[in-house]
Design a protein around this ligand. Sequence first.
Ligand SMILES: Nc1ncnc2c1ncn2[C@@H]1O[C@H](COP(=O)(O)OP(=O)(O)OP(=O)(O)O)[C@@H](O)[C@H]1O
Ligand SMILES: [Mg+2]
Length: 216
Amino acid sequence: MLQIKDVSYIADDRTIIDDLSFTVNKGETIAVVGPSGSGKSTLFRLMSNLISPTKGSITLNGTPFEQINPEQLRMEVSYLLQQSDLFEPTIGLNLSFPARVRNEKFDKKHAKQLLKRVGMGHYNLDASVSHLSGGERQRITIARQLMYIPQILLLDEATSALDAKNRETIEKMIFDLANEGVTIMWITHNDDQSMRNFSKRIKIVNGKIESEENLS
Ligand SMILES: Nc1ncnc2c1ncn2[C@@H]1O[C@H](COP(=O)(O)OP(=O)(O)OP(=O)(O)O)[C@@H](O)[C@H]1O
Ligand SMILES: [Mg+2]
């Protein structure tokens, strides 16, 4: 469904992604591993159209990224950032943001359900985010990202700030989505996490895919 072909990304004369080709098929769950600074987040930024390749092409279901409306693309390929990015003052305003972008009615009931599912059900929608802990912010970010279901979900160490119990809860939520047909790519430093549940593991080193391994 998503095809990366001969893609390079060069910034400040440095080749960060180096002639990388890769195809993501529908329903796959792919763990992305590799040393710090190897280009994993940069690859996700390319795949979610936050930056454009210096060279090469990326297509979604056969259509080059340049020909897809950027807002539409962002809804189909959803990137959950490495750091939580809550840019609104309250939980509710953060969770209603995806609806506002789409000019749709905010589904409060769904928001409350999601809040509960990420273990934040004891908070009200009008609660301020300013005093939330790192892990709580991360969980609100995940809930916001799941208000709408994308075709492809890119997760960048999305559970790094969470304790084991919450991490398990979130992992279960994400893999439930995979069972419903959402394609998942997940950058992780957690070996445990990268082995369990995933259908494939790719290792990025120096902006290239060093290995690609099918898991079962
Ligand atoms: N716009 C840019 N300009 C210059 N250098 C950049 C730019 N974007 C990324 N880099 C560099 O590219 C390299 C890869 O960065 P990236 O964030 O993709 O690594 P990563 O594999 O996600 O690392 P980590 O595991 O630590 O998150 C880093 O050395 C980073 O400093
Ligand atoms: Mg990174």
